[in-house]
Design a protein around this ligand. Structure first.
Ligand code: BF8
Ligand code: SF4
Length: 618
């Protein structure tokens, strides 16, 4: 396909041209090789769950060897897909509990409890005594409580304390209340074994329960403990696009999701000895820039620059100016090892659960984190001498962005409570809000929908909250700076203008979608309504991953209408598809809608927001 059809960005186009000139294959060429995809897999009607199969069901052959029909097979496949996403987020959350454990047990001094106040607030919310107790005592109990949230012995995960009672009643009635994070994921694997849950709607209810265990369990724990350990984000300025890579510096890209590794890399990169060594080798300093969600984590808390989102990860290396790419887990294309091999770039993986053949491996542990981080940064610094200056091409100047909108920061900006936001919604200056979240997908022109939808919504006085890979897209489009109010409708322009904030707020990584859930729950509690009564929506226009499916499903199950730019692999079952796009509305007060056009998507959100406002008497 011609490069102009692949992306809306000039920096991406320049690097795709360079890749083609240098004979380097990217995600786009590999997609072309894989197209057309298997139709059965696209429809979700192929099953490999046992060795009586694999089976592919169709009108001609409607049953698998065991007798499973298309509904059962599609529901099982989708259930496992969601479980994969919930597992990713939640295992990330568990890693934060383990870091907290290492702090409490005195195994590490590299990590600390930075936000004692937040730790005590969380403890109070989940029923842990804080009065007259030391921070370590409280942290110990929080750690135990969160570890227990992953197990089997609970009626509900701890953070359900945040959920409006009306919503909890909906879940209880449907058997959708998430009990333990690992339990729901394991039960999904059990249910989808041959000969278990052979009733598609029943499987989907459990898929929703699994997703809720992610959104209100694993992800929420991940976000909250990251704040406790690394600090609650506050508004700050930074920059984005490939221009953040610096020709005269040692460039280290952090990629993946968990701040546990990337925070330490950033701290090590500020070590005076390493900086001095970089200077000895002719660099002016050490530059740490972010990719994807671990980039978002560091951007929110430390203001590091963002080199790019999912489809920029290969292209960042192709600048030829990256000494090292340091990864933890999730969304790291294995092709990055191959592309690093075409340059002097060192590919360094840091998690035993996410190793890459051909990468340099560190078994990163809390007890040795800073020592390991310094070794990694040192590898990058020494690599500067091997850079081939003739192959360096940094295609643009960076663009300014504003970041750091945690709920705490928003409430502080509003003067201490959500009331001014509620008043702005009541007055109609802010008609509603939509979270645009998730990924890039090479099947879609990169960021065309992410940016297109954000622009259409703010025009209509609908506040946009961005997380994950949508962040860099919104940033590059100039939407994450206060001046972007010029692209917004009059009400949003007035409110954001008076607060000095952009009409698109960066709320963090994908795990941080839990911040949006918490905000919705707080708004619903303030108004004494259910989340499904709020004039809000969610969208993942260019999603690709299992995690995005889990996020979409927990949003819907929490009562938030959710848009997807393209369908998951469920269209082979009418029962499953109808449930997803309609039936769920009756059950949980929200459903998915699939729409590839951003203008039409904004219209659909607009209609829904109008109806919700009317029902609230606004
Ligand atoms: O968790 S948005 S491509 S990086 S899955 Fe991945 Fe999608 Fe990016 Fe973050 Ni989220
Ligand atoms: Fe085929 Fe049933 Fe086995 Fe799936 S579980 S592979 S449909 S026999």
């Amino acid at each position: 396909r011609p490069i102009d059809e692949l992306t809306i960005w000039d920096d991406a186009k320049a690097m795709l041209k360079k890749a083609r000139a240098e004979g380097i294959e990217t995600v786009h060429e590999r997609l072309d090789q894989q197209t057309p995809h298997c139709k059965m897999c696209e429809l979700g009607t192929s099953c490999r769950n046992c060795t009586m199969g694999p089976c592919r069901v169709s009108e001609k052959k409607p049953l698998g060897v065991c007798g499973a029909d298309a509904d059962v097979i599609v529901a099982r496949n989708f259930g496992r897909f969601v479980a994969g996403g919930a597992a990713g987020h939640s295992d990330h959350g568990r890693d934060l509990i383990e870091v907290l454990e290492a702090i409490v047990e005195g195994e590490t001094t590299d990590y600390k409890i930075t936000e004692e106040g937040k730790l005590r607030t969380i403890a109070g919310e989940i029923g842990i005594e804080t009065e007259g107790r030391t921070v370590k005592e409280v942290a110990h109990d929080v750690m135990d409580e969160f570890f227990a949230d992953f197990g089997s012995r609970r009626k509900e995960v701890s953070f359900l304390a945040r959920v409006p009672q009306k919503r909890k009643d909906v879940w209880a009635k449907l058997g959708m209340t998430p009990r333990g994070v690992d339990r729901e994921i394991a039960e999904m694997m059990h249910r989808t074994h041959m000969g278990c849950d052979n009733d598609a709607p029943n499987t989907l209810i459990h898929a929703a329960r699994t997703a809720l265990a992610d959104g209100w369990g694993g992800s929420m724990i991940g976000t909250e403990l990251s704040d406790v350990i690394f600090g609650t984000p506050t508004p700050r300025m930074s920059t984005a696009n490939l221009g953040v890579i610096k020709e005269d510096q040692v460039n280290i890209l952090v990629h993946g999701h968990n701040p546990v590794v990337s925070e330490m890399i950033l701290a090590a990169a500020r070590d005076p000895q390493l900086v001095a060594r970089a200077k000895e080798l002719g660099a002016s300093g050490i530059n740490v820039a972010g990719l994807c969600c671990t980039g978002n984590e560091l951007l929110m808390r430390q203001g590091i620059p963002m080199a790019g989102n999912h489809l920029m990860t290969e292209l960042a290396i192709i600048t030829g100016a990256v000494e090292a790419i340091v990864v933890d887990y999730q969304c790291i294309m294995p092709s990055l090892v191959q592309i690093s091999g075409c340059y002097h770039t060192k590919f360094i993986d840091t998690a035993n659960k996410a190793r890459f053949t051909g990468g340099i491996h560190y078994d990163f542990q809390p007890a040795t984190a800073m020592t390991q981080a310094k070794e990694i940064v040192s590898l990058a610094v020494e690599g500067f001498a091997q850079r081939d200056k003739g192959r360096v091409d940094i295609p643009c100047e960076p663009i300014d962005i504003m970041t750091g909108f945690s709920n705490e920061a928003v409430i502080a900006a509003l003067g201490g409570s959500l009331d001014p936001l509620v008043q702005a919604i009541v007055a109609g200056d802010i008609r509603g809000a939509v979270g645009i979240v998730g990924c890039n997908n090479p099947k879609i022109k990169q960021d065309s929908l992410n940016v297109g939808l954000a622009k259409e919504l703010i025009k209509r006085d609908i506040l946009v909250i961005a997380t994950g890979c949508v962040t860099t897209a919104a940033g590059k489009a100039g939407l994450l700076v206060p001046e972007a109010i010029e692209m917004a409708g009059p009400g949003l322009k007035k409110i954001c203008g008076s607060l000095g904030i952009p009409p698109v707020l960066h709320y963090g990584s994908c795990v941080d979608n839990s911040r949006i859930m918490q905000l919705c729950a707080a708004l619903a509690n303030t108004l004494n309504v259910d989340i499904s009564d709020l004039p809000v929506g969610a969208s993942s226009p260019e999603w690709y991953s299992e995690k995005a499916a889990a996020i979409g499903l927990y949003a819907v199950a929490s009562g938030i209408q959710t848009h997807l730019g393209h369908p998951p692999h469920i269209l082979g079952s009418k029962t499953v598809t109808n449930l997803a796009v309609a039936g769920l509305e009756d059950l949980v007060g929200a459903a998915f809608f699939i729409e590839p056009d951003p203008v039409r998507t904004a219209e659909i959100f607009d209609e829904r927001i109008k109806a919700k406002r009317k029902a609230l008497g606004l």
